[in-house]
Write a protein that binds this ligand. Structure first.
Ligand code: CP
Length: 322
């Protein structure tokens, strides 16, 4: 089985497994003598390190490849005439790798050029199309399921099981960023049955189809009022993302968002409106841009535990799909 987004798994079971790994109660080595390929088109600290360490702790070996860097540039389009700068096609890349490796993880961010095309995750799906081994999404244009599962584990660990008032808030950032993290967080929070509030300025809506899917799981409230959104929140999850309407025109997004710089930041005064909320962010985070030092360094911040949980979740994902 693949792990392309959280809809494909029972998150409660996955978190149970991750908790057992974290507690040291699961010492299984399902990857003993086996290798897993990790393909990174983009930079990473947490995903790369937690996957490499997780594979090692499960008895296996990680093969890390960076197309265009430590491996050849890759074409993913079917039928492409490869007379440009791409040296190898995903068709051969995947079929060769799976002769060595039992699964392939892929990180491939949105290029933020064409929303309608990128929302279909063309690169990730090309890997899935040609592979006969499991494909693990390590963050694509649309989804970051490993992050979202670690986020849900962190909420359960800090606040216990059961429905919580969870706020996903957009924050100002000096450049447009992909939507994979907020998409997956919203979907996973709804899958877990939380009362989800999404706060963002007008024009920064998430994918409509994804929100409709989330609404089939739980309540989803969308607001353009960041202050009111914090009232009574038990979780504040901050993230910036680019506006779909400005994909391909970053300058228009930058001029639109300029008005939100001082308003859309997580600070002490907003946190004081919450119900003793924990502060979460997937990291990396720009201090005093997305969140003030006062909040991220406070006792309410759980960002480091959240990052640690990436490791336990990666192991749970690997153990499940292999
Ligand atoms: N949160 C996350 O995916 O971090 P990296 O980009 O460092 O992997």
């Amino acid at each position: 089985m693949n792990f392309l987004n959280t809809s494909e798994v029972n998150l409660e079971f996955l978190i149970d497994s991750a908790m057992r790994f974290k507690a040291g109660d699961d010492q299984a080595k399902p990857l003993s003598g086996r290798s897993v390929a990790l393909v990174f088109f983009n930079p990473s600290l947490r995903t790369r390190a937690s996957m490499q360490v997780g594979i090692y702790e499960l008895g296996g070996n990680a093969v890390v490849l960076e197309p265009g860097g430590t491996s050849w540039t890759l074409e993913h389009r079917a039928g492409a005439v490869m007379d440009g700068d791409k040296t190898e096609h995903v068709a051969e890349f995947v079929r060769v790798l799976e002769r060595y490796c039992v699964a392939i993880g892929v990180r491939t961010f949105a290029a933020l050029k064409n929303w309608e095309e990128e929302r279909t995750d063309p690169v990730l799906n090309a890997f899935a199309k040609y592979a006969s081994v499991p494909i693990i999404n390590l963050e694509s244009a649309m989804h970051h399921p490993c992050q979202a599962a670690a986020d849900m584990m962190t909420i359960r660990e800090k606040l216990g099981s059961g429905r919580k008032r969870v706020v996903l808030t957009w924050a100002w950032h000096p450049k447009p960023l992909p939507m994979a993290v907020p998409n997956s967080f919203a979907l996973a929070a709804a899958q877990m049955g939380h009362d989800l509030v999404i706060a963002h300025p007008r024009g920064y809506e998430l994918d409509e189809e994804l929100i409709e899917t989330a609404r089939r799981h739980s309540s989803v409230e969308i607001t353009n009022d960041i202050d009111a959104a914090f009232d009574g929140a038990e979780v504040i999850y901050a993230k910036s993302w680019g506006a779909k309407q400005f994909y391909g025109d970053a300058d228009r997004d930058l001029s639109e968002r300029a008005q939100y710089r001082d308003k859309w930041i997580v600070n002490e005064s907003k946190m004081s409106r919450t119900n003793k909320a924990v502060f979460m962010h997937c990291l990396p985070v720009r201090r005093n841009v997305i969140v003030t030092d006062g909040v991220i360094d406070s006792r309410s911040s759980v960002v480091i535990d959240e990052a640690e949980n990436r490791l336990h979740v990666q192991k749970a994902v690997l153990a499940k799909i292999l």
